[in-house]
Design a protein around this ligand. Sequence first.
Ligand SMILES: Cc1cc2nc3c(=O)[nH]c(=O)nc-3n(C[C@H](O)[C@H](O)[C@H](O)COP(=O)(O)OP(=O)(O)OC[C@H]3O[C@@H](n4cnc5c(N)ncnc54)[C@H](O)[C@@H]3O)c2cc1C
Length: 422
Amino acid sequence: MKVIVVGGGWAGCASAVSARKLGAQVTILERTDMILGTGLVGGIMRNNGRYTAELELSYLGGGELFNICKQCCKHDNINFPGHAHARLYNVGKIHGAVKNFLENMGIKIEFMSRAVKVHMENNRIIGVEDDKKFIYEGDVFIDCTGTAGPMENCSKYGNGCAMCIIRCPSFGGRKSIASLAGVKEYIAKRKNGQVGAMSGSCKLLKESLSTEIQEKLNKDGVCIVPIPQELVDDHLGVKACQQYALKEFKNNLIILDTGHAKLMAPYYNIEKLRKIPGFKNVKYEDPYAGSKGNSIRFIGMCPRDNYLKVLDVENLFCAGEKAGPLVGHTEAIVTGTLAGYNSVKYICGCSMLSFPRKLSIGDGIAFVNEEVKSEEGLSKKFTFSGSVYFERMKKLGLYSVDKNEIKDRVEGLSLLNILNSK
Ligand SMILES: Cc1cc2nc3c(=O)[nH]c(=O)nc-3n(C[C@H](O)[C@H](O)[C@H](O)COP(=O)(O)OP(=O)(O)OC[C@H]3O[C@@H](n4cnc5c(N)ncnc54)[C@H](O)[C@@H]3O)c2cc1C
């Protein structure tokens, strides 16, 4: 049983773990020299409804990657505007920890292997070819290539390449397996009709900030600095992460300590930043051209069902941002885990699993799929951590931070540890 996962972001890693636990031989193809993709510059977990989603998946038996985030945690149970009980992982530690975990499980990771072609027999993929002309044959394939970039999209729909963590000039741009297999993908729109959305945060070198800000970050994990009116740079409308598009994020610099100083703004003119108290010597860490812009995402998502099987190709699954505008690491781990599990069930001819709508993770996956069918839905982004979907979670009574209640919900559905059952 061979599963080939293309893309080593959080979704790819979760798919690989889940498929491997069911006994499959798993290979991840990753175009860069590191796994975790945009997760290399993220870090926020467990804020708002992500807490519930994390626990639901853990009680279903899929908690391994969340445990690694806990081990690499820099701050826990912190609050910032609109967001409660967040955990921040250390972006300097997370890569090594996840890579070691995957390798110890016997998952093969092929770095600098950019998939550029698919080999098909009728409607079935038999192999994926990378840019060095190696062909990886498999029984089933999972497209976890994300939606960020490539550079043409950042130029056409954004402010040009800002030299972000995706590193297209060095490793070649993102390439979608579904689209190579002939699937017609869909794209997200902004409210003003523009295509895609811009990534919503950047990293500053913590050491380039004033001692007071560094101390506050090290102690509390959060630092909120009011912006003098004349220096406000308002980019809320372009943000991919609508859960942070609140007025507090326009009028203040909201900085979180993820090892670096995570500035909750898509980009910010560095000349203006330098005039804000505490930022005189500020330096960008990601994207390097954070004065100018950030990556464009949510272009090229796959039509799929709630098992995360891609429609119209026999043996292709998808997860993470590829599976729809469900934004975030938690969301990528949830969909990745389901896609990995179902990919193995599919090869074995067993019935596949869709998470029940009585759980937020089941409702979230199904709801996004319904929403993207309308023009209005295509202009929204969904996440357990805020905005429209968190409101829905609260309205449906799905949001909870009570561990026993969440466990009872999973147990009541007879799904406790289901993801570990072969
Ligand atoms: C700057 C930034 C900050 C963020 N901060 C947070 C945060 O704090 N908390 C949070 O929850 N979410 C955050 N997010 C969102 C979150 O990172 C993503 O929604 C989620 O991690 C997406 O995971 P993914 O695996 O679907 O895609 P990606 O992370 O985009 O991973 C896709 C992977 O596929 C690889 N790939 C692409 N094409 C190919 C190919 N043809 N062959 C081989 N490999 C390929 C890429 O190199 C990449 O490693 C942030 C996003 C950005 C951009």
